[in-house]
Structure formats: structure tokens, C-alpha cells
Design a protein around this ligand. Structure first.
Ligand SMILES: [Zn+2]
Length: 125
């Protein structure tokens, strides 16, 4: 199972960029319905919604970036941002973790989801 992981912030950013393109394509599609203003208006409105949505996503990235931890990648020695417990280097895709318990473990994005369960298992009280 070859699943490729990428840095979360980069992933969200490329998603927002894709939404901008989708928005423009939808609005451009409206040109083909110039004869019927209602359909054209629907296309333009849908395109506007997509553009607005991508702006919201960009805003969200900005919020996430402030919460992300900036570290220097041990592999390529460039500064990168980590979001969550495990993330990838933005430049070389080196898996990075903030949790010493997970150090040396195989990279798995599920660690972010099973946050509480994993922590409880590792720290018996
Ligand atoms: Zn790196």
C-alpha cells in the first residue's frame, strides 16, 4: 500500500489553490450561457462561492500556521512547520514528530486521530 503523505499546511494550501481554479472554471462556464441570464448568474454565483470558500480556507491556513510549531528539519536543515503530533517536512518530506514517545516509529498519520488512545496506552497511571 503506497500511500504518500505530505505536509498538512502544504496540503490545505494546494486545496485552496485548486478551489480558486475551480471557481474560475465555473464562472468561465457561465459565458457559454450568455443567452440565458439566469443560468449564467447561477454559474457566476457558484464560482463566487468556490472563490469565497477558498478564501475561507486560506484564512484558516493562516490561523493554523500561527499554531504550528516551527522546527528545523534534521534531514534538510530548513525550517518547517509541524501541525499536530506527526507531520512531514515541507521541503524533503521527512516525517517529523513532536512526541518523544513516537520517535523512531514508522510514520503514521493515524497518530493524530488516535491522540488520546495512544497517549493513554503509553502512560499508565
Ligand atoms: Zn526537511
Amino acid at each position: 500500500m503506497a500511500k504518500t503523505y505530505s505536509n498538512k499546511i502544504n496540503k490545505i494550501r494546494s486545496f485552496a489553490l485548486a478551489m480558486i481554479f475551480v471557481g474560475f472554471v465555473i464562472m468561465y462556464g457561465g459565458i457559454f450561457f450568455r443567452e440565458s441570464p439566469i443560468i449564467m448568474l447561477i454559474f457566476i454565483s457558484l464560482g463566487m462561492i468556490a472563490l469565497m470558500f477558498s478564501m475561507v480556507v486560506y484564512f484558516w491556513i493562516g490561523m493554523l500556521s500561527t499554531k504550528a510549531v516551527v522546527v528545523t528539519c534534521p534531514n534538510c536543515e530548513k525550517p518547517t512547520k509541524i501541525l499536530g503530533r506527526v507531520d512531514m517536512c515541507m521541503h524533503c518530506r521527512e516525517p517529523l514528530t513532536l512526541d518523544p514517545d513516537l520517535e523512531g516509529e514508522e510514520f503514521n498519520e493515524d497518530y493524530n486521530k488516535k491522540n488520546k488512545a495512544v497517549r493513554a496506552a503509553n502512560k499508565p497511571e
